[in-house]
Design a protein around this ligand. Structure first.
Ligand code: AMP
Length: 206
C-alpha cells in the first residue's frame, strides 16, 4: 500500500523517506523537489511555477494533477511514498482521484522546533536532501557535494511555510480519521534512529 507522509518542515522526513524507500523498496515522490526540477526546465509553464515557488504559494492544481497522473502512468505498479502532497482539501480530492489507496504517517513536531530546525538546515543542491542544524560538516556524505543554505529558507519564508502547513495541511488529518483512513502519528522530535524505529513498527503491519 502507498504511504502518504505528512510532516511539518524540519521534521527530518527526507532522511526517513529515503530509508523507507531503500529498505522497503518504495519509490519516493517528493512534490517540492519535482516542482523545483520542473521550474528549471525549458517548458512554457516553468516560469509560472518558479514565480509561485518564490512567493511560497501553492502551485496551481492543474499542474499538480498532471504531475500526479504522469507519475501514476510511469510508476503506478510501484509502492510509493508521497511527500508534500496533498497540502489542501482541494488537493486531497484530486490526489484521491489518482491514488486512492494509502495510509498516512504524520511526523509531528512543534512549531518552535520546526522553526529552529529549519533555520539551521542546509541542503545538497544536487539532490535537495536536507541536513538539519545538528549535522556536522559542509559536504554531503552521500554525494560529496558542498551543502548550501536553501534560498527559500529565510526566517520570513520559514515562518510563512509553517503557517501554511497549520492552515491548510493539518485539517486533513481530521478528515482522514473521519474517512477511517489509517493515520499513524510519530514523534519527530526524537533522533533519526528512534523515529525510524517507530516507522518500522508501522511498516511491519503492511
Ligand atoms: P517544499 O520543498 O516542500 O518546501 O516546497 C517548496 C514549494 O513548492 C512550496 O513553497 C510551494 O510553492 C511548492 N509546492 C510544494 N508542494 C506543493 C503542493 N502540494 N502544491 C502546490 N505547490 C507545492
Amino acid at each position: 500500500m502507498n504511504i502518504l507522509l505528512v510532516w511539518i518542515q524540519g521534521s527530518g522526513k527526507w532522511t526517513q523517506a529515503r530509508r523507507i524507500a531503500s529498505e522497503y523498496g518504495y519509490s519516493f515522490f517528493e512534490m517540492g523537489q519535482k516542482l523545483r526540477n520542473f521550474s528549471e526546465l525549458d517548458h512554457p509553464r516553468s516560469m509560472e511555477v518558479k514565480t509561485y515557488m518564490e512567493q511560497w504559494k501553492l502551485v496551481p492544481d492543474d499542474l499538480i494533477t498532471a504531475m500526479l497522473e504522469h507519475y501514476r502512468d510511469t510508476h503506478g505498479s510501484d509502492k510509493i511514498i508521497f511527500d508534500g502532497i496533498p497540502r489542501s482539501m482541494r488537493q486531497k480530492a484530486l490526489f484521491d482521484a489518482v491514488f486512492p489507496t494509502y495510509f498516512v504517517v504524520f511526523l509531528d513536531l512543534s512549531r518552535e522546533q520546526a522553526i529552529e530546525r529549519l533555520a539551521g538546515r542546509k541542503i545538497d543542491p544536487s539532490t535537495g536532501e536536507s541536513f538539519q542544524s545538528d549535522f556536522i560538516g559542509d559536504f554531503s556524505p552521500f554525494t560529496g557535494k558542498k551543502l548550501i543554505k536553501r534560498p527559500d529558507d529565510t526566517p520570513t519564508a520559514v515562518a510563512k511555510r509553517i503557517e501554511i502547513f497549520y492552515d491548510n495541511t493539518l485539517p486533513l488529518l481530521a478528515l482522514w480519521a473521519q474517512e477511517w483512513k489509517r493515520v499513524y502519528t510519530i514523534d519527530a522530535s526524537k533522533n533519526v534512529e528512534t523515529v525510524f524505529d517507530q516507522l518500522k513498527v508501522v511498516l511491519s503491519a503492511y
